[in-house]
Design a protein around this ligand. Structure first.
Ligand code: AMP
Ligand code: FE
Ligand code: FE
Ligand code: ZN
Length: 292
């Protein structure tokens, strides 16, 4: 059984529509795929329809932008009730922050001689529900200022580059609790990845486990072999689920092919058990895992 629990569609900063993404997941030989767009559940409906059509198990989730000790941490949330008020409000604050940041980035780009209009970004972003730097990167590519997203991040949009602008993220620990109250479970995405080094060490992960964290994304392209083994040991010690995933973004991110990392079926089933407990404890109506 091949399980990939972290993928993005064009509803956030992936390049494939939810239908194309789920179809591609089935085509790549996956048995289970989770759709985890940034800060939104907008893609869930189309993904669910497609999963039934093509015959693949679908886990509905999202990747929530949070902050912890001043650093960015991505929190995967699986199977929460997306209509739970506090969660909806938190996601809306993040999406508002994403929208507010785009003009600020364009201002910086103008200063370095790469003027873009907001319409250029909207065109590049299509029907996204969560504007991000990758869409600005796509607009820069369309204007011929850069070759691809990688170059846009390396030279302009990445942390510490001239057009980098921070944005709002929700506090991590309260968000872990909120997802639990919404009947879902949480997994820290790429905890020791390139973009978020050092925000959560072993002690931090222990504290988050106390707060209700269910798992750690261990197998991810941003983690080298030694990092994976260290994180796997921490997960074991803390009783956390260890997941593995592609963090696929379609054509938008190289080296993240569907199924390039997968989650062990035993770990997956533990995660689903925890989700079941969270759902029962919350009293919310939560999304089912869709099995064809
Ligand atoms: P944002 O959400 O606007 O802060 O932008 C961060 C997103 O950009 C992350 O979700 C990454 O998937 C993506 N990203 C970061 N670095 C790169 C890169 N070098 N190439 C393509 N996408 C990237
Ligand atoms: Fe992304
Ligand atoms: Fe992420
Ligand atoms: Zn991701």
């Amino acid at each position: 059984m091949r399980i990939d629990l972290h993928t993005h569609s064009s509803v956030s900063d992936g390049t494939a529509t939810p239908r194309e993404l789920v179809t591609a997941a089935q085509g790549a030989g996956l048995d289970v795929v989770a759709i985890t767009d940034h800060d939104t559940s907008e893609g869930w409906g189309e993904a669910a329809e497609t999963a039934a059509d093509v015959g693949i198990t679908l886990v509905r989730g999202m990747e929530i932008s949070t902050r912890h000790r001043g650093q960015s941490v991505h929190l995967l949330a699986y199977l929460p009730d997306p209509t739970y008020g506090p969660l909806m409000e938190g996601l809306q604050r993040i999406l508002d922050g994403r929208n507010a940041r785009v003009p600020a980035i364009l201002e910086r780009l103008r200063e370095v001689g790469m003027p873009l209009d907001i319409e250029d970004v909207h065109r590049a972003a299509g029907a996204t529900a969560a504007y991000g730097r990758p869409h600005v990167a796509d607009a820069l590519v369309a204007k011929g200022f850069v070759r691809d997203r990688d170059q846009a991040f390396a030279e302009l949009l990445g942390n510490g580059r001239p057009a980098y602008v921070d944005r709002y993220a929700e506090p991590l620990t309260p968000m872990i609790r909120m997802v639990g109250e919404a009947g879902g479970v949480t997994v820290i995405a790429h905890p020791w990845g390139r973009h978020e080094p050092g925000a959560v060490g072993e002690e931090g992960l222990a504290a988050l486990a106390e707060a209700g964290l269910a798992g750690i994304e261990v197998d991810h392209e941003d983690h080298d072999a030694a990092t994976r083994e260290e994180l796997r040991a921490i997960a074991r010690n803390l009783g956390l689920v260890a997941t593995g995933s592609s963090d696929h973004h379609g054509l938008g991110k190289t080296g993240h092919d569907l199924g390039c990392n997968t989650t062990d079926p035993d770990e997956y089933h533990r995660l689903l058990e925890l989700a079941k407990e969270a759902a029962a404890g919350s009293g919310r109506v939560t999304p089912e895992v869709l099995v064809p």
